[in-house]
Design a protein around this ligand. Structure first.
Ligand code: HDE
Length: 706
């Protein structure tokens, strides 16, 4: 007969011996000591053994009677909720919005009344097309959704990092998203638009062309969430105490300036660290380097709206900052990571319809459709209309209403009144309306024929695309061309490739030609027939360039320092000090993660072993192994990749002469001004100052032949 004695390997791993008691039968138990809470079932019953299910005999069947086992597996089986139909992959953080000037003349929104006042905020950044487990750096729009817990209710600005959108009417959204996500028969490609269905749809929808220029720009491969702009996209309204409405577009401007990575770099980051953006934000907040944005408003009235070349209700258009300057009115600071990813980042439910008194909608048909979609989708995702009670979604101001029951009802009215009007008196009758403080819609007069139609001014799909393209620096224009060429090279149907080029001909001839050449198009197609004559002469908007608005600081960026035993201690110290002074970060990449001993005999811990710390993880690199170390690294393929990629991605490279054998083996024989020899602390300072330009773009043309 088998003996009921557990085998030794059933002992829970990593448990301190002192915390394990052996029962009389030799069974192991972890016991709660001191402040350690007792493990219980969901019903609160203390658990004696969480390692072994209840069986009839050591080798016998598991018993149905084991309520602890059944409860544990039951709960596990139901852990997943539907992921978001778009923006599934996201990362959230807490913080606050601080108003820097009162806007009481423009809006009665409580959040905008008192300069200096802080309002709690939660922000979730996301990609759009990829599933929840997809990498952080596909070419994609990023969501920038802000929940502001104001004293008069929650206000959600559910925005993106690009100020325009693909479509003009919400009825097209399911088509757009179906086309962008994995193709339905094969279930791929994951998290990318480089496939036939996407380009088929957008090339048949000229209203997407402006957005195409934006998504083929470096904006869709941001260096991190901290380096992105955010936009409310639609025109909204602010409404003051007198009922006067002012149109508004919302902008978030990153304090660290905008920055993107190179496309080839993005591809490699996805392999090296699929959580690159999450990790970056997590680390920044944990290090006390709090990400920050300014809130900017573009404010305008009907007179401007009437004379503007485009319809202010058209979400495929911007109003250039040079036309309506941005008024900075506050700052958004993220200073706290979540306690629990699921409870907060996953369960947060943004709804465009969440606005507060003093804010109102416009008739933008995209916005109107969104107002239906968000509430609807949360019910599917979170499973109950009571998702508003989840702590991340609940207002932080008092709330009281007569909505009741439903799955997971957590706050239920006390007493008899669950309707109004009622005559139960102030003490028992529950909440009442407040016409003075309550939300009123702007009393706009609306009339018109009931028709499926678009306003005429929505029809120019090319002029702003051209304006965007012409506003880019030369290197950015090349990146746009390269992105079109890359994406269309993944499109298998030649007719779709040609159709895209036919639209580009209405944007810029040179761009169309360069793309056609890049994909090897046999004959140039005719330009697509525009629905409306193209306005060719919009003034470029310098604010639209990333490179043209570089921050002139390396603050918040990270240097990867390739080291070895014997690395020169003075240079090392110089680099560390210069990086610190600049407010930047560094990581040591070494042959062994245990660390390295510098020439002064001091041992330093490394953050990465060379094969896990490729240079794509850094904004700039320093290569300072000793002569011996360089010889060793020259024989290591990943070390050669480290310097080669840094060079190809136009990064600034600081180096010691002793690193030369590594460079030579990697084929880097031509030095350029982006490569700075480090012989002293002063050189290290000069190097970090050079890094303020972020990239040495002049090199790029030399490393791409096709
Ligand atoms: Fe969304 N969008 N969207 N969207 N959107 C969703 O809501 C939708 C649009 C945006 O971090 C969904 O909770 C429609 C524009 C962000 O939780 C869904 C239309 C902009 C997020 C939905 C749009 C956005 C979403 C999916 C066309 C920029 C993530 C899950 C009219 C201004 C929020 C969810 C988060 C999420 C619908 C277009 C931004 C299905 C119908 C334009 C940042 O409701």
């Amino acid at each position: 007969m088998a003996v009921d004695k557990p085998a030794d390997n059933l002992k829970p791993a990593r448990m301190a011996e002192a915390d394990i008691l052996r029962g009389q039968g030799g069974e192991t138990h972890q016991v709660a000591r001191g402040d350690t809470p007792v493990l219980t079932t969901q019903q609160g019953v203390p658990v004696a053994d969480d390692q072994n299910s209840l069986r009839a005999g050591a080798r016998g069947p598991t018993l149905l009677e084991d309520f602890h086992f059944r409860e544990k597996i039951f709960h596990f089986d139901h852990e997943r909720i539907p992921e978001r139909v778009v923006h599934a992959r996201g990362f959230g953080a807490h913080g606050y919005f601080e108003l820097t000037e009162s806007l009481s003349d423009i809006t009665k929104a409580d959040i905008f009344q008192r300069a200096g006042e802080k309002t709690p905020a939660f922000v979730r950044f996301s990609t759009v097309a990829g599933n929840k487990g997809s990498p952080d750096l596909p070419r994609d729009v990023r969501g920038f959704a802000v929940k502001l817990y104001t004293k008069e209710g929650n206000w959600d600005i559910v925005g993106n990092n690009i100020p325009v959108f693909f479509i003009q009417d919400a009825i097209k959204f399911p088509d757009l998203i179906h086309a962008a996500k994995q193709e339905p028969d094969r279930g791929f490609p994951q998290a990318q638009t480089a496939h036939d269905n996407f380009w088929d749809f957008v090339s048949l929808s000229p209203e997407s062309v402006n957005m195409l220029l934006w998504i083929m720009s470096d904006r869709t491969i941001p260096r991190g969430f901290r380096f992105m702009e955010g936009f409310g996209v639609h025109t909204f309204r602010l409404v003051n105490a007198q009922g006067r409405s002012t149109y508004v577009k919302f902008h978030w401007k990153p304090k660290l300036g905008m920055q993107s990575v190179a496309w080839n770099e993005a591809l490699k980051i996805n392999g090296a660290d699929p959580d690159f953006h999450r990790r970056d934000m997590w680390n920044a907040i944990q290090n006390g380097d709090f990400p920050e944005w300014e809130l900017g408003l573009q404010l305008f009235d009907d007179a401007f709206a009437d004379k503007f070349e485009f319809d202010i209700l058209d979400a495929t258009k911007i109003i250039p900052e040079e036309t309506i300057p941005i008024r900075k009115v506050g700052r958004l600071v993220l200073d706290r990571v979540v306690d629990n990813f699921f409870a907060e980042t996953e369960q947060v439910a943004f709804c465009t319809q969440n606005i507060v008194p003093g804010v109102d909608f416009t008739n933008d048909p995209l916005l109107q459709g969104r107002n239906f979609s968000y509430l609807d989708t949360q019910l599917k995702r979170l499973g109950s209309p009571n998702f508003t009670y989840l702590p991340i979604n609940a207002p932080k101001c008092p709330f009281a209403h007569f909505q009741q029951d439903g799955h997971m009802a957590m706050y239920n009215p006390k007493g008899r009144a669950n309707y109004e009007p009622n005559s139960w008196g102030p003490a028992q009758g529950g909440p009442r309306e407040t016409p003075e403080r309550g939300f009123h819609s702007v009393p706009v007069v609306e009339s018109g024929e009931k028709r499926r139609v678009r306003a005429e001014l929505f029809a120019d799909h090319y002029s702003q695309a051209r304006q965007f393209y012409l506003s880019q620096a030369a290197v950015e224009q090349t990146h746009i061309k390269d992105a079109f060429v890359f994406e269309l090279s993944k499109v298998e149907t030649p007719a779709i490739r040609a159709r895209v080029v036919s639209h580009l001909l209405n944007v810029d001839d040179a761009l169309a030609k360069r793309v056609a050449e890049g994909i090897g198009l046999d004959a140039m197609p005719a330009a697509a027939e525009p629905a409306r004559p193209v306005i060719r002469d919009l003034k470029p908007s310098p604010a639209l360039s990333i490179v043209g608005n570089a921050p002139n600081s390396f603050k918040g960026r990270k240097i990867g320092v390739l080291v070895s035993d014997g690395t020169n201690a003075d240079v090392l110290k110089g680099v560390m000090e210069a990086v610190k002074t600049e407010g930047a970060m560094l990581e040591f990449v070494a042959p062994k993660v245990g660390g390295f001993t510098c020439s002064a005999g001091k041992k330093h811990a490394a953050q990465q072993k060379i094969n896990g710390g490729p240079s794509v993880l850094y904004d700039a690199v320093v290569v300072i192994p000793s002569a011996e170390g360089a010889k060793l690294l020259a024989r290591e393929a990943t070390a050669r990749d480290f310097v080669n990629d840094a060079y190809a991605h136009a990064k600034f490279i600081g180096y010691a002469e002793s690193a030369k054998p590594l460079f030579e083996k990697a084929g880097l024989t031509e030095m350029d001004e982006g490569m700075i020899a480090l012989n002293s602390a002063a050189d290290a300072r000069r190097f970090v100052e050079a890094c303020r330009k972020l990239r040495f773009w002049q090199r790029e043309a030399r490393v791409h032949a096709v």
